[in-house]
Design a protein around this ligand. Structure first.
Ligand code: HEM
Length: 524
């Protein structure tokens, strides 16, 4: 395969074809005052390439900053998973991490009140594994089918690309107030967690319950946690606003400069492990991404560390073109039936096919696995590889076509966890998905007095920008189910009467949480 050098040995300017250029400042023209000539291929090529420099930004998480580094486990986790990169203490796996805001476009400010993305690509010996998480442990919605509605409500309003009021806007709060499953995440979003001082000082969470799988097919539920060595620190609201004005690159500059200075940020990976037989031992469903597993019930076990020690050389080539995908898993790590995760497993590849211009974006250097890649995928836009020989399976004529490992599998072969699934085709979920307020209340109750004050101030500020009276009232009504004092304090700040306890949208039903209804349809 031909190898293209990004930095040739000489510094002479050439065309795309490698022809040396005599003059890049003066287009070829007829006479000193005549028209520019079409014949000037360098001029045309230069402008054409420039005209095509932009690609679509990510539909969410458009603004981000990335860095390279490594991950190493403290000890072998092979008791729970056959993942090679977790098999041995100190085995270093290269990583690329991208931090992001969710709502704003590529050119927006860093220090806005928002969720932060925390996406890690592990270039393992058995293929790339992506842990595509956020800095908050829960999510707004329980089912990916709501994601387009949610994002349409979150993004700027379509008629003028502005929020109606100020930094908060009616469409977001309208959606949030009508979908009370957002309440737990809203508590995190109104807390100081939503204005991190630095990417180096924020937690990360895989959010969903995933599955570790051993070589002999035994599963263990797992939740992933990243904990920053520097501790968790936030800005206060006024600082965040000043930084947004004075230095919109506040967080990405901090990351870049720390790495340039050799002050490498570090996180500890922790896992919460739940044996398969304990699947129904909680008063919430492990498949519900609006719920945490309280650490009092399942402690977080530290398993390894992540260090970021190298900045990218080219923002576009690396940070912009990196493609994370929840379905990029390796042997030993598998999914659960969390309906949010299942939808994500479709969405990322789908969006990247258009964002990165066709089916060959895994050949872009930042996305390329270190593991060998060998398949019969051929052609398509942006194909970089010259594949010799035939390209089908089964194949008796040879030509280097790869064969699959077969039913027996073997070390390093991905085999889906053989979960038993049966049930009717329905759109319902287990009843505990209807409990939208218990964990929001748990969050509120765990806050110190000053943290509560910040949350109340955030609700007052954000809802104070909402023009629609009914939206504000409905939102305050929902908060009565979290905590009466919280709702009353927010109402007071908005000039609304003290809310009735039964105001707002209640859970569709208040099911008695039993083993039976937690199991839902799918458990046999
Ligand atoms: C992008 C996290 C839910 C669709 C991202 C990114 C992160 C992330 C960190 C940025 C990746 C990067 O840096 O390039 C999460 C988390 C979720 C969640 C933690 C919930 C637990 C969803 C859902 C969908 C979705 C439900 C769709 C059904 C997307 C899309 C992108 C994205 C389309 C853009 C990807 C790209 O263009 O490369 N998400 N997300 N996300 N997410 Fe999610």
């Amino acid at each position: 395969m031909t190898c293209f050098r990004a930095a040739p040995e000489h510094d002479a300017l050439t065309t795309d074809q490698g022809v040396r250029v005599d003059d890049t400042d003066n287009a070829l023209r007829a006479g000193t005052r005549g028209p520019t000539l079409l014949e000037d291929f360098h001029n045309r090529e230069k402008i054409t390439h420039f005209d095509h420099e932009r690609i679509p930004e990510r539909v969410v998480h458009a603004r981000g900053a990335g860095a390279y580094g490594y991950f190493e486990p403290y000890a072998s986790l092979s008791e729970y998973t056959c993942a090679d990169f977790l098999a041995e203490a100190g085995r270093r796996t290269p990583v690329f991490v991208r931090f992001s805001t969710v709502q704003g476009p590529r050119g927006s400010a860093d220090t806005v009140r928002d969720v932060r993305g925390f996406a890690t690509k592990f270039y393992t010996r058995e293929g790339n594994y992506d842990l595509v998480g956020n800095n908050m442990p829960v999510f707004f919605i329980q089912d990916a089918v709501k994601f387009p509605d949610f994002v349409h409500a979150v993004k700027m309003e379509p008629q003028h690309e502005m929020p109606t009021g100020g930094s908060a806007h009616d469409t977001f709060w309208d959606f949030a107030s009508l979908q009370p499953e957002t309440t737990h995440m809203l508590m995190w979003l109104m807390s100081d967690r939503a204005i991190p001082r630095s990417f180096r000082m924020m937690q990360g969470f895989g959010v969903h319950t995933f599955r570790f799988v051993t070589a002999d097919g035994r599963g263990t539920f797992v939740k992933f946690h990243w904990k920053p060595l520097l501790g968790v620190h936030s800005l206060v609201w006024d600082e965040a606003q000043i930084a947004a004005g004075r230095d919109p690159d506040f967080n990405r500059r901090d990351l870049w400069e720390a790495i340039e200075a050799g002050s490498y940020p570090e996180w500890e990976l922790g896992v919460q492990l739940v044996p398969e037989e304990d699947e129904f031992s909680f008063d919430f469903d492990l498949l519900d991404a609006t719920k945490i597993i309280p650490e009092e019930q399942v402690p977080v076990r530290p398993v390894g560390r992540l260090v970021l020690n190298r900045n990218p050389q080219n923002f576009f080539a690396e940070t912009e073109q990196v493609a994370f995908h929840t379905a990029n898993v390796v042997p030993g790590i598998d999914f659960t039936n969390d309906p949010l995760l299942q939808g994500r497993n479709f969405s990322y590849l789908d969006t990247q096919l258009i964002r990165l211009g066709g089916p060959n974006f895994s050949q872009i250097p930042v996305n390329r696995p270190l593991a060998d890649v060998n398949h019969n995928h051929r052609d398509g836009y942006g194909q970089q590889i010259i594949h010799p020989g035939t390209n089908y399976f089964p194949n008796s004529l040879g030509g280097g076509c790869p064969a699959h490992a077969g039913a027996g599998g073997g070390p390093g072969v991905f085999r889906h966890y053989a979960e038993r699934v049966e049930g009717q085709k329905i759109r319902e979920r287990s009843p505990s998905f209807q409990d939208h307020y218990s964990q929001a209340a748990l969050f509120w109750n765990s806050m110190a007095e000053w943290e509560r004050r910040h949350i109340v101030e955030a609700f007052r500020f954000e809802l104070g920008k909402v023009e629609s009276g009914p939206v504000r009232e409905r939102m305050v009504g929902n908060l009565t189910h979290v905590n009466g004092d919280l709702a009353a304090a927010v109402a007071d700040g908005l000039g609304l009467p003290a809310p009735e306890a039964e105001a707002g949208i209640t859970a569709a039903s208040s099911p008695a949480l039993s083993q039976e209804n937690l199991r839902g349809e799918n458990a046999a």
